[in-house]
Write a protein that binds this ligand. Structure first.
Ligand code: SAM
Length: 276
């Protein structure tokens, strides 16, 4: 086996979702560096991988990364795996990759499972451009501030969320993006209770809130891009805007509708000038 760091994706639920090449690499390398050695044991046992496993987790610092890179410099091959999916995607490995690069040693990434990409492929949301944000802050203020910054993006936003915070996230999305923005919740991908549901944020929030089973498991939440181009503001929204502008000053009406639908106030004001 060529001395190198192999980045090896592992299943995100269904044990069959591993490539033939990944199994071959895991069996052939000198060492597997795993995020959690105990967690990876069942997978490695399942595929008869007898390779020595060492730990490399989020608290492993530069010195651990440097020590592993040094082993590669001495001719060893190392496979990096995380608990699930693609290492480095909301998972440890960044420092290790940089340490190996720093010694000008080879890094060989294998393609494979990733919850974000798996979810996006089934979401029915635009895929021409997407923004992977992973986990938002556990602190509400910071989380909302980040969402505010993402609200006007012309890209599908992909978030990871833990079950105990899924309702909070949906509340925040409702408040910041507006209940009518389209989104998709992908839960327990590749597992028994896999659910992929696309709807408005308001409907998804209600669906998840009203059924405690829908609050369990692992989640990818995706939000549709903002309807930036004034040309794509639906006639229904325009009619609501025109109606509101009879009761409120035009700037206020534009602001209220913009906040609710996750649109740009300036664009809506422009519509009022043109059609009001
Ligand atoms: N490296 C992984 C990847 O490639 O997707 C992600 C690791 S991150 C620590 C774990 C998060 O990914 C979970 O909290 C969840 O948001 C998402 N995730 C992982 N597996 C999933 C699954 N089977 N269904 C839905 N989301 C999943």
């Amino acid at each position: 086996m060529k001395a190198a760091l192999y980045i090896v994706p592992t299943p995100i639920g269904n044990l069959d979702d591993i490539t033939i090449r990944a199994i071959d690499v895991l069996r052939s390398v000198d060492i597997i560096a795993a995020e959690d050695t105990r967690h990876s044991k069942p997978l490695l046992r399942h595929y008869d991988v007898a390779t020595t496993v060492v730990s490399f987790h989020e608290h492993s610092g530069e010195s651990e990364a440097g020590a592993l890179a040094e082993r590669i410099a001495q001719g060893q091959s190392i496979a990096l795996i995380s608990d699930a999916g693609t290492p480095l995607v909301s998972d440890p490995g960044y420092q290790l990759v940089r340490a190996v690069q720093g010694l000008a040693l080879p890094i060989i990434p294998l393609p494979g499972p990733c919850a974000a990409i798996t979810a996006l492929s089934a979401a029915g949301l635009p895929t021409h451009s997407f923004r992977f944000e992973g986990f938002l802050s556990a602190k509400r203020g910071a989380r909302r501030a980040r969402l505010e910054a993402l609200r006007g993006l012309d890209s599908t936003v992909i978030l990871y969320e833990a079950p105990h915070r899924i309702l909070d996230l949906l509340d925040d999305l409702f408040d910041v993006f507006g209940g009518s923005r389209e989104a998709c919740v992908a839960r327990e991908l590749t597992k028994t209770f896999e659910t992929v549901r696309r709807d408005t944020i308001a409907a998804l929030r209600e669906f998840t809130r009203s059924d405690s089973n829908q609050q369990r498991g692992e989640f990818v939440v995706m939000v549709a891009p903002t309807a930036k181009d004034v040309g794509v503001v639906s006639e229904e929204v325009v009619q609501l805007l025109l109606r509101l502008a009879r009761e409120l000053p035009p700037r206020k009406a534009a602001q209220v509708v913009a906040e609710h639908f996750g649109l740009k106030s300036r664009d809506l004001y422009q519509i009022l000038i043109e059609r009001g």
